[in-house]
Design a protein around this ligand. Structure first.
Ligand code: NAD
Length: 483
């Protein structure tokens, strides 16, 4: 299996290699096989990326927004036409099953390009009358933006950051996760094919050090990170040195609350989607599933039966529903959390082991009798491990759901809509679902509160994230100076 790109980086409109950079092997998680050999960006590559982005951004910002939007919409069409090929690459890069990548990755990236392509020309300022004088405002681009990605949705993250940045007149230098560097290169290639001028979307590879170099460069106006809270703290602090704008899409330990009147199959399906999709490597996962006590027995019974029917295997087989974790290190981390769950007295209902086959597979795992203070109920696992916790009253479950440093997401399953709205109003989370889970359409704002993040991606809210206001006072009469 080979997935070697033409070169490691994409800078100023073409593939660029510099073998002086530290090697970066890309491993196919389903077999452990090295499928591509790349190099980290050297100082020369980083310099070329930032210099070309600065140069190209000035002209791009002067272009008519409707023309910028047209380029993005053309890129969306090319992505859709090449969805199959891009999905196979995403599966090789991440190990996620083709069944998922065909619908959730490049397709979601295309949605972002289409949406922001359409939004580009709608961004306007306002006029503020002041009697004789007036003020008008202009929404201007920020300049050169840096995007730094996580490894769970490499193509989607490149598009979710790149599309709004470009739509509103910025340039972007994107650094994918070192674990999944392939998808973003294709996005860069496709943007050029769609007519994007060279230099506006550059991809440079590397580990945290390369991300750090980009974050602190004086030419950079903004940093948008998708990653863990630990990295978020570092990147936010580094960006603050230069008073750069930030968007932080970080981790979570989100609550999913199932009331006794919920539709059982929907609630079980929602909990499974919110824990096992992408082998549980989704930031918004509802990993603390609170079930009201009268429903608990039936919930666990159906959950166990449906979980044990999950088809796990070769991710390139479209019938397979669950693939491996993205890396050996992540698999070890997840197995460590499963051990902690056992050791701290949680009851293992199903799964709980490494699957005996090549690759980094962990069986979908459910723990019951989980209590709030257990490690598996407090820390983000980022793997297919669901914790089920029992509750009695609405007041109690709201307090317990909020008792976490995170605040990315939350879900409620109930047939009582009044209760659903009442509970969601009280929950400290940025992205919530009622009788649904983990759907993240580009039309809706996405992001977290508390330690889960700063700012919002997607939707019209992204205009705020990638523009700044200039206000212009216009004097219409004589200047009244007291001198
Ligand atoms: P990570 O924090 O290890 O790495 C994220 C990115 O930051 C990588 O590209 C990495 O190279 C880079 N990086 C690391 N140190 C850096 C530094 N000092 N300066 C600049 N860049 C640096 O995260 P991960 O393991 O790749 O992804 C998993 C995490 O991402 C989970 O916590 C998950 O919840 C989170 N996540 C959040 C969202 C969201 O939208 N909220 C989406 C996906 C993943």
């Amino acid at each position: 299996m080979r997935a070697q790109p033409a070169a490691s980086h994409f800078v100023d409109g073409s593939y660029v290699e510099d073998t002086a950079g530290a090697p970066l092997d890309v491993v196919y998680p389903a077999t452990g096989e090295v499928i591509a050999r790349l190099h980290e960006a050297t100082d020369a590559v980083i310099e070329a990326a930032l210099a070309s982005a600065s140069r190209a951004q000035a002209d791009w910002a002067r272009m008519k927004p409707v023309e910028r939007g047209r380029v993005l919409r053309r890129a969306a069409e090319i992505i859709r036409a090449r969805n199959c090929e891009l999905s196979v690459l995403e599966t090789l890069d991440t190990g996620k099953p083709l069944q998922e990548t065909l619908v959730a990755d490049a397709a979601s990236g295309a949605d972002a390009l289409e949406y922001f392509g359409g939004l580009a020309a709608t961004v306007t300022g306002e006029t503020i009358p002041l009697g004789r004088d007036f003020v008008y405002t202009i929404r201007e681009p920020l300049g050169v933006c840096v995007g730094i990605g996580a490894w769970n949705y490499p193509t989607q993250i490149a598009c979710w950051k790149g599309a709004p940045a470009l739509a509103f007149g910025n340039a972007m230098v994107f650094k994918p996760s070192e674990t999944t560097p392939l998808g973003a290169l294709r996005v860069a290639e496709i943007l050029i094919e769609a007519g994007l001028p060279a230099g506006l979307f550059n991809v440079v590879q590397g580990r945290g050090g390369v991300g750090g170099r980009l974050t602190t460069d004086p030419r950079v106006a903004k940093v948008s990170l998708t990653g863990s809270v630990a990295t978020g703290r570092k990147v936010y602090a580094a960006a603050a040195e230069g008073l750069r704008h930030v968007t932080m899409e970080l981790g979570g330990k989100s609550p999913l609350i199932v009331f006794e009147d919920a539709d059982l199959e929907d609630a079980v399906g929602g909990a499974m989607l919110g824990n096992f999709y992408s082998s549980g490597q989704v930031c918004s996962n509802g990993t603390r599933v609170f079930v009201q006590r009268p429903l608990l027995g039936r919930f666990l019974e159906r959950l166990t039966a449906r979980t044990e029917a999950i088809v796990l295997g070769d991710p390139l087989d479209e019938a397979v529903q669950m693939g491996p974790l993205t890396s050996a290190a992540q698999m070890e981390k997840v197995l460590g959390y499963i051990e902690a769950g056992r050791a701290e007295g949680a009851r293992l209902v199903t799964g709980g082991f490494r699957v005996q086959r090549e690759g980094f597979y962990v069986a979908p795992t459910v723990f019951a009798d989980v209590t709030d203070e257990m490690t598996i109920a407090r820390e983000e696992i980022f793997g297919p491990v669901m914790s089920v916790l029992a509750f009695d009253t609405e007041k109690e479950v709201i307090a317990r759901a909020n008792s976490t440093e995170f605040g990315l997401s939350a879900g409620v399953f109930t047939r009582d809509m009044t209760r659903a709205h009442r509970v969601i109003t009280e929950i400290q989370a940025g992205t919530c679902w009622i009788n649904s889970y983990n759907l993240a359409p580009v039309e809706a704002p996405f992001g977290g509160v508390k330690l889960s993040g700063v700012g919002r991606e997607n939707s019209k809210a992204a205009v705020e994230s990638y523009t700044q206001l200039k206000s212009v006072y216009v004097g219409m009469g004589p200047v009244e100076a007291p001198y």
